[in-house]
Design a binder for this molecule. Structure first.
Ligand SMILES: Cc1ncc(COP(=O)(O)O)c(C=O)c1O
Length: 355
Protein backbone atom coordinates (compact mmCIF):
# COMPACT_ATOMS: atom_id res chain seq x y z
CA UNK A 1 0.00 0.00 0.00
CA UNK A 2 1.23 3.46 -0.91
CA UNK A 3 -0.78 5.33 1.70
CA UNK A 4 1.41 7.37 4.05
CA UNK A 5 1.27 6.89 7.81
CA UNK A 6 2.76 9.48 10.16
CA UNK A 7 5.72 8.41 12.29
CA UNK A 8 3.90 9.22 15.52
CA UNK A 9 1.23 6.64 14.53
CA UNK A 10 3.83 4.07 13.43
CA UNK A 11 5.48 4.45 16.85
CA UNK A 12 2.33 3.40 18.76
CA UNK A 13 2.89 -0.07 20.23
CA UNK A 14 0.20 -2.76 20.09
CA UNK A 15 -1.73 -3.20 23.33
CA UNK A 16 -0.62 -6.55 24.83
CA UNK A 17 -3.99 -8.31 24.51
CA UNK A 18 -4.65 -11.32 26.72
CA UNK A 19 -4.05 -14.69 25.14
CA UNK A 20 -7.32 -16.51 24.77
CA UNK A 21 -5.84 -19.76 26.02
CA UNK A 22 -6.96 -20.93 29.34
CA UNK A 23 -10.71 -20.83 28.84
CA UNK A 24 -10.87 -24.60 28.18
CA UNK A 25 -11.03 -27.44 30.65
CA UNK A 26 -7.75 -28.15 32.38
CA UNK A 27 -6.27 -24.66 32.15
CA UNK A 28 -5.64 -22.29 35.02
CA UNK A 29 -5.83 -18.73 33.74
CA UNK A 30 -4.07 -16.33 36.13
CA UNK A 31 -2.62 -13.93 33.57
CA UNK A 32 -5.11 -11.07 33.13
CA UNK A 33 -6.28 -10.11 36.63
CA UNK A 34 -9.78 -11.31 35.85
CA UNK A 35 -12.44 -12.35 38.30
CA UNK A 36 -12.30 -16.16 38.60
CA UNK A 37 -16.07 -16.46 39.18
CA UNK A 38 -18.86 -16.19 36.62
CA UNK A 39 -21.03 -13.10 37.17
CA UNK A 40 -23.91 -12.97 39.65
CA UNK A 41 -27.02 -15.00 38.60
CA UNK A 42 -28.93 -11.69 38.82
CA UNK A 43 -26.75 -10.42 35.98
CA UNK A 44 -27.76 -13.34 33.78
CA UNK A 45 -31.46 -12.79 34.53
CA UNK A 46 -31.27 -9.08 33.70
CA UNK A 47 -29.42 -9.80 30.45
CA UNK A 48 -32.08 -12.28 29.34
CA UNK A 49 -34.85 -9.79 30.11
CA UNK A 50 -33.11 -7.06 28.12
CA UNK A 51 -32.55 -9.07 24.95
CA UNK A 52 -36.12 -8.51 23.80
CA UNK A 53 -35.33 -4.79 23.35
CA UNK A 54 -32.30 -5.28 21.13
CA UNK A 55 -34.04 -3.46 18.28
CA UNK A 56 -33.75 -0.22 20.32
CA UNK A 57 -30.70 1.96 20.97
CA UNK A 58 -29.34 1.45 24.48
CA UNK A 59 -31.08 3.72 26.98
CA UNK A 60 -29.88 2.49 30.36
CA UNK A 61 -27.08 4.94 31.06
CA UNK A 62 -29.12 7.20 33.28
CA UNK A 63 -30.38 4.31 35.49
CA UNK A 64 -26.82 3.11 35.95
CA UNK A 65 -25.60 6.62 36.76
CA UNK A 66 -28.35 6.98 39.38
CA UNK A 67 -27.38 3.70 41.03
CA UNK A 68 -23.68 4.65 41.11
CA UNK A 69 -24.59 8.12 42.42
CA UNK A 70 -26.53 6.53 45.29
CA UNK A 71 -23.62 4.28 46.15
CA UNK A 72 -21.17 7.18 46.48
CA UNK A 73 -23.72 9.81 47.62
CA UNK A 74 -22.92 12.02 44.62
CA UNK A 75 -25.03 13.23 41.68
CA UNK A 76 -25.53 11.47 38.30
CA UNK A 77 -24.05 14.59 36.64
CA UNK A 78 -20.72 13.75 38.28
CA UNK A 79 -20.58 10.36 36.54
CA UNK A 80 -19.61 9.29 33.03
CA UNK A 81 -20.09 5.70 31.85
CA UNK A 82 -17.65 4.16 29.39
CA UNK A 83 -17.11 1.14 27.20
CA UNK A 84 -14.74 -0.15 29.86
CA UNK A 85 -12.84 2.40 31.93
CA UNK A 86 -10.47 2.42 28.94
CA UNK A 87 -12.98 4.55 27.07
CA UNK A 88 -12.84 7.21 29.79
CA UNK A 89 -9.04 7.30 29.53
CA UNK A 90 -9.65 8.27 25.92
CA UNK A 91 -12.42 10.79 26.59
CA UNK A 92 -10.18 12.49 29.17
CA UNK A 93 -7.37 12.75 26.63
CA UNK A 94 -9.73 14.07 23.97
CA UNK A 95 -11.34 16.65 26.26
CA UNK A 96 -7.93 17.91 27.39
CA UNK A 97 -6.50 18.44 23.88
CA UNK A 98 -4.68 21.77 23.97
CA UNK A 99 -2.74 23.69 21.31
CA UNK A 100 0.34 24.18 23.43
CA UNK A 101 0.14 21.83 26.40
CA UNK A 102 0.74 18.31 25.16
CA UNK A 103 2.55 16.65 28.06
CA UNK A 104 1.21 13.41 29.59
CA UNK A 105 3.02 12.17 32.71
CA UNK A 106 2.80 8.44 33.35
CA UNK A 107 4.51 6.53 36.18
CA UNK A 108 6.08 3.35 34.82
CA UNK A 109 5.72 0.47 34.96
CA UNK A 110 1.98 0.87 34.95
CA UNK A 111 -1.07 0.00 32.86
CA UNK A 112 0.03 -0.06 29.19
CA UNK A 113 -3.02 1.74 27.76
CA UNK A 114 -2.22 5.16 29.31
CA UNK A 115 0.81 5.69 27.10
CA UNK A 116 -0.77 4.03 24.04
CA UNK A 117 -3.87 6.25 24.27
CA UNK A 118 -1.76 9.36 24.95
CA UNK A 119 0.25 8.67 21.81
CA UNK A 120 -2.91 8.13 19.75
CA UNK A 121 -4.10 11.63 20.68
CA UNK A 122 -0.76 13.29 19.97
CA UNK A 123 0.49 13.78 23.54
CA UNK A 124 4.17 13.73 24.43
CA UNK A 125 4.57 10.99 27.00
CA UNK A 126 6.91 11.53 29.94
CA UNK A 127 7.57 8.30 31.83
CA UNK A 128 8.38 8.65 35.51
CA UNK A 129 9.90 5.63 37.29
CA UNK A 130 8.35 4.06 40.38
CA UNK A 131 10.39 4.10 43.59
CA UNK A 132 10.46 0.82 45.55
CA UNK A 133 7.55 -0.40 43.40
CA UNK A 134 5.45 2.63 44.43
CA UNK A 135 4.27 5.83 42.79
CA UNK A 136 6.63 8.57 43.89
CA UNK A 137 4.98 11.99 44.01
CA UNK A 138 8.23 13.92 44.31
CA UNK A 139 9.61 12.58 40.99
CA UNK A 140 6.28 13.34 39.34
CA UNK A 141 6.44 16.91 40.68
CA UNK A 142 9.98 17.27 39.32
CA UNK A 143 8.94 16.18 35.84
CA UNK A 144 5.96 18.56 35.72
CA UNK A 145 6.48 21.64 33.53
CA UNK A 146 4.50 24.33 31.69
CA UNK A 147 3.64 21.84 28.92
CA UNK A 148 2.06 19.24 31.23
CA UNK A 149 -1.64 18.69 30.55
CA UNK A 150 -2.56 15.35 32.09
CA UNK A 151 -1.19 12.92 34.69
CA UNK A 152 -2.23 9.25 34.90
CA UNK A 153 -2.02 7.68 38.33
CA UNK A 154 -2.98 4.08 38.89
CA UNK A 155 -4.08 3.26 42.43
CA UNK A 156 -3.49 0.43 43.25
CA UNK A 157 -0.90 0.20 40.54
CA UNK A 158 -0.84 -2.59 37.97
CA UNK A 159 1.59 -4.47 37.98
CA UNK A 160 3.01 -3.94 41.50
CA UNK A 161 -0.22 -3.99 43.54
CA UNK A 162 0.90 -1.11 45.80
CA UNK A 163 -1.13 1.98 46.70
CA UNK A 164 -0.56 5.62 47.59
CA UNK A 165 -2.43 6.96 50.60
CA UNK A 166 -4.87 9.83 51.03
CA UNK A 167 -2.57 12.26 52.91
CA UNK A 168 0.27 12.09 50.39
CA UNK A 169 -2.18 12.32 47.50
CA UNK A 170 -3.93 15.44 48.81
CA UNK A 171 -0.52 17.10 49.40
CA UNK A 172 0.36 16.28 45.80
CA UNK A 173 -2.93 17.68 44.47
CA UNK A 174 -2.37 20.91 46.40
CA UNK A 175 0.90 21.44 44.56
CA UNK A 176 -0.39 20.45 41.11
CA UNK A 177 -1.31 23.36 38.78
CA UNK A 178 -5.09 23.76 38.38
CA UNK A 179 -4.82 23.40 34.59
CA UNK A 180 -3.45 19.87 34.73
CA UNK A 181 -5.97 17.00 34.87
CA UNK A 182 -5.09 14.18 37.27
CA UNK A 183 -6.71 10.89 36.21
CA UNK A 184 -6.71 8.30 38.99
CA UNK A 185 -7.45 4.81 37.74
CA UNK A 186 -8.86 2.71 40.60
CA UNK A 187 -9.67 -0.38 38.52
CA UNK A 188 -8.69 -2.58 41.48
CA UNK A 189 -9.96 -0.22 44.20
CA UNK A 190 -12.61 -2.63 45.53
CA UNK A 191 -9.90 -5.10 46.57
CA UNK A 192 -7.96 -2.61 48.74
CA UNK A 193 -7.90 -3.36 52.48
CA UNK A 194 -5.73 -0.45 53.68
CA UNK A 195 -7.95 2.05 55.53
CA UNK A 196 -5.89 4.98 54.25
CA UNK A 197 -6.78 4.33 50.62
CA UNK A 198 -7.91 7.71 49.23
CA UNK A 199 -11.62 8.41 48.84
CA UNK A 200 -10.80 10.12 45.57
CA UNK A 201 -14.46 10.73 44.63
CA UNK A 202 -14.67 13.17 47.55
CA UNK A 203 -11.87 15.32 46.10
CA UNK A 204 -13.44 16.04 42.72
CA UNK A 205 -14.82 19.45 43.62
CA UNK A 206 -11.58 20.72 45.17
CA UNK A 207 -9.07 19.58 42.56
CA UNK A 208 -9.04 18.81 38.82
CA UNK A 209 -9.20 15.08 39.40
CA UNK A 210 -11.20 12.34 37.70
CA UNK A 211 -11.39 8.86 39.22
CA UNK A 212 -11.96 5.77 37.07
CA UNK A 213 -13.67 2.58 38.24
CA UNK A 214 -14.66 -0.55 36.39
CA UNK A 215 -17.07 -3.48 36.37
CA UNK A 216 -14.34 -5.63 34.77
CA UNK A 217 -12.60 -6.79 37.93
CA UNK A 218 -14.44 -7.18 41.25
CA UNK A 219 -17.86 -7.33 39.53
CA UNK A 220 -16.77 -9.94 36.99
CA UNK A 221 -17.95 -8.27 33.77
CA UNK A 222 -14.63 -7.88 31.86
CA UNK A 223 -16.13 -9.41 28.73
CA UNK A 224 -18.98 -6.89 28.57
CA UNK A 225 -16.85 -3.71 28.83
CA UNK A 226 -18.34 -1.25 31.33
CA UNK A 227 -16.46 1.28 33.43
CA UNK A 228 -17.17 4.73 34.80
CA UNK A 229 -15.51 7.96 35.77
CA UNK A 230 -16.37 10.37 38.60
CA UNK A 231 -15.46 14.03 38.32
CA UNK A 232 -16.72 17.55 38.90
CA UNK A 233 -20.02 18.00 37.01
CA UNK A 234 -18.91 20.61 34.45
CA UNK A 235 -15.71 18.69 33.71
CA UNK A 236 -17.75 15.50 33.21
CA UNK A 237 -20.02 17.38 30.79
CA UNK A 238 -16.98 18.11 28.61
CA UNK A 239 -15.78 14.51 28.78
CA UNK A 240 -19.28 13.44 27.67
CA UNK A 241 -19.05 15.63 24.59
CA UNK A 242 -15.94 13.81 23.38
CA UNK A 243 -17.54 10.39 23.71
CA UNK A 244 -19.29 8.35 21.02
CA UNK A 245 -23.06 8.20 21.55
CA UNK A 246 -24.26 4.72 22.58
CA UNK A 247 -20.71 3.41 23.08
CA UNK A 248 -21.87 1.06 25.86
CA UNK A 249 -24.23 -1.58 24.58
CA UNK A 250 -27.60 -2.29 26.19
CA UNK A 251 -26.66 -5.72 27.54
CA UNK A 252 -23.60 -4.28 29.27
CA UNK A 253 -25.63 -1.46 30.85
CA UNK A 254 -28.31 -3.71 32.34
CA UNK A 255 -25.68 -6.21 33.48
CA UNK A 256 -23.67 -3.50 35.26
CA UNK A 257 -26.81 -2.26 37.04
CA UNK A 258 -27.67 -5.78 38.22
CA UNK A 259 -24.04 -6.40 39.27
CA UNK A 260 -23.95 -3.21 41.32
CA UNK A 261 -27.13 -4.20 43.14
CA UNK A 262 -25.79 -7.66 44.08
CA UNK A 263 -23.45 -6.72 46.91
CA UNK A 264 -23.56 -10.36 48.12
CA UNK A 265 -21.65 -11.39 45.00
CA UNK A 266 -19.05 -8.68 45.61
CA UNK A 267 -18.61 -9.83 49.22
CA UNK A 268 -17.97 -13.40 48.05
CA UNK A 269 -15.39 -12.23 45.51
CA UNK A 270 -13.56 -10.06 48.05
CA UNK A 271 -13.57 -12.82 50.70
CA UNK A 272 -12.09 -15.26 48.16
CA UNK A 273 -9.42 -12.71 47.31
CA UNK A 274 -8.44 -12.10 50.96
CA UNK A 275 -8.15 -15.85 51.48
CA UNK A 276 -6.08 -16.19 48.29
CA UNK A 277 -3.77 -13.36 49.41
CA UNK A 278 -3.08 -15.11 52.72
CA UNK A 279 -2.51 -18.40 50.91
CA UNK A 280 -0.01 -16.85 48.48
CA UNK A 281 1.83 -15.08 51.31
CA UNK A 282 2.28 -18.30 53.27
CA UNK A 283 3.14 -20.45 50.24
CA UNK A 284 5.69 -17.98 48.82
CA UNK A 285 7.34 -17.60 52.22
CA UNK A 286 7.68 -21.36 52.44
CA UNK A 287 9.27 -21.83 48.95
CA UNK A 288 10.85 -19.13 49.61
CA UNK A 289 10.22 -16.43 46.99
CA UNK A 290 9.92 -12.72 47.64
CA UNK A 291 6.87 -10.81 46.42
CA UNK A 292 5.41 -7.34 46.65
CA UNK A 293 2.64 -7.18 49.29
CA UNK A 294 -0.52 -6.53 47.29
CA UNK A 295 -3.73 -4.50 47.69
CA UNK A 296 -5.20 -6.08 44.54
CA UNK A 297 -6.27 -9.38 42.99
CA UNK A 298 -2.76 -10.12 41.70
CA UNK A 299 0.72 -10.63 43.13
CA UNK A 300 4.07 -9.56 41.68
CA UNK A 301 6.54 -12.34 42.46
CA UNK A 302 10.33 -12.16 42.18
CA UNK A 303 11.50 -15.31 40.41
CA UNK A 304 14.99 -14.31 39.24
CA UNK A 305 16.85 -14.40 35.91
CA UNK A 306 14.86 -17.44 34.67
CA UNK A 307 11.45 -15.82 35.13
CA UNK A 308 10.56 -15.97 31.42
CA UNK A 309 11.52 -19.65 31.20
CA UNK A 310 9.47 -20.46 34.28
CA UNK A 311 6.42 -18.79 32.67
CA UNK A 312 6.94 -20.97 29.56
CA UNK A 313 7.22 -24.09 31.72
CA UNK A 314 4.05 -23.14 33.59
CA UNK A 315 2.33 -22.64 30.22
CA UNK A 316 3.31 -26.19 29.19
CA UNK A 317 1.53 -27.33 32.37
CA UNK A 318 -1.54 -25.29 31.35
CA UNK A 319 -0.98 -22.64 34.00
CA UNK A 320 -1.11 -19.13 32.51
CA UNK A 321 0.66 -16.28 34.33
CA UNK A 322 2.30 -13.10 33.00
CA UNK A 323 6.04 -12.53 32.56
CA UNK A 324 6.82 -8.91 33.42
CA UNK A 325 9.71 -8.39 30.97
CA UNK A 326 7.65 -6.03 28.77
CA UNK A 327 7.04 -3.92 31.91
CA UNK A 328 10.80 -3.62 32.58
CA UNK A 329 10.68 -6.20 35.40
CA UNK A 330 12.36 -9.15 33.69
CA UNK A 331 12.90 -11.11 36.91
CA UNK A 332 9.25 -10.95 37.95
CA UNK A 333 5.97 -12.65 37.14
CA UNK A 334 2.45 -11.32 37.83
CA UNK A 335 -0.05 -13.86 39.03
CA UNK A 336 -3.79 -13.23 39.42
CA UNK A 337 -5.34 -14.49 42.64
CA UNK A 338 -7.86 -17.06 41.45
CA UNK A 339 -10.17 -19.55 43.11
CA UNK A 340 -8.43 -21.56 45.83
CA UNK A 341 -8.15 -24.67 43.63
CA UNK A 342 -6.43 -22.54 40.97
CA UNK A 343 -4.07 -20.90 43.49
CA UNK A 344 -3.07 -24.33 44.81
CA UNK A 345 -2.52 -25.68 41.29
CA UNK A 346 -0.26 -22.69 40.47
CA UNK A 347 1.82 -23.03 43.65
CA UNK A 348 2.18 -26.82 43.34
CA UNK A 349 3.20 -26.57 39.67
CA UNK A 350 5.64 -23.76 40.40
CA UNK A 351 7.23 -25.74 43.24
CA UNK A 352 7.65 -28.76 40.95
CA UNK A 353 9.24 -26.65 38.19
CA UNK A 354 11.60 -24.86 40.60
CA UNK A 355 12.88 -28.21 41.89
C1 LIG B 1 -5.06 -0.54 35.82
C2 LIG B 1 -6.10 -0.93 34.86
N1 LIG B 1 -6.97 -0.01 34.42
C3 LIG B 1 -7.94 -0.33 33.54
C4 LIG B 1 -8.06 -1.59 33.06
C5 LIG B 1 -9.11 -1.89 32.04
O1 LIG B 1 -10.33 -1.65 32.57
P1 LIG B 1 -11.63 -1.81 31.66
O2 LIG B 1 -11.85 -3.25 31.45
O3 LIG B 1 -12.68 -1.17 32.52
O4 LIG B 1 -11.40 -1.04 30.39
C6 LIG B 1 -7.19 -2.59 33.47
C7 LIG B 1 -7.31 -3.95 32.93
O5 LIG B 1 -6.54 -4.84 33.11
C8 LIG B 1 -6.18 -2.25 34.40
O6 LIG B 1 -5.29 -3.15 34.82
Amino acid sequence: MKISIQKRIKDIPYYPKALMYGMDEGWVRLSSNENPFPPSPKVFASILDSLFYMNRYPGGEFELKEAIAQKFKITPQEIIIGNGSNEIIETALRAMIHEKKKGAIIPEPSFAFYSIASMIYGYEVKRVPLKNMRIDFSTIMESLDGGTRIIFLNNPINPTGTIFKEGAFVDFLKQTPQDVLVVVDEAYGEFVEDKNFPRTYRLINDFPVVVLKTFSKAYGLAGLRVGYGIGEASLVSFLERTKQPFSINMVALVAALAALKDQGYLKKVLANNRKGKRFFAAALKEIPLSYVPTETNFVLIHIGPHAEDIVKRLFEEKVLVRWMGPYGLAEYIRVTIGRMDENIRFIETLKRILK
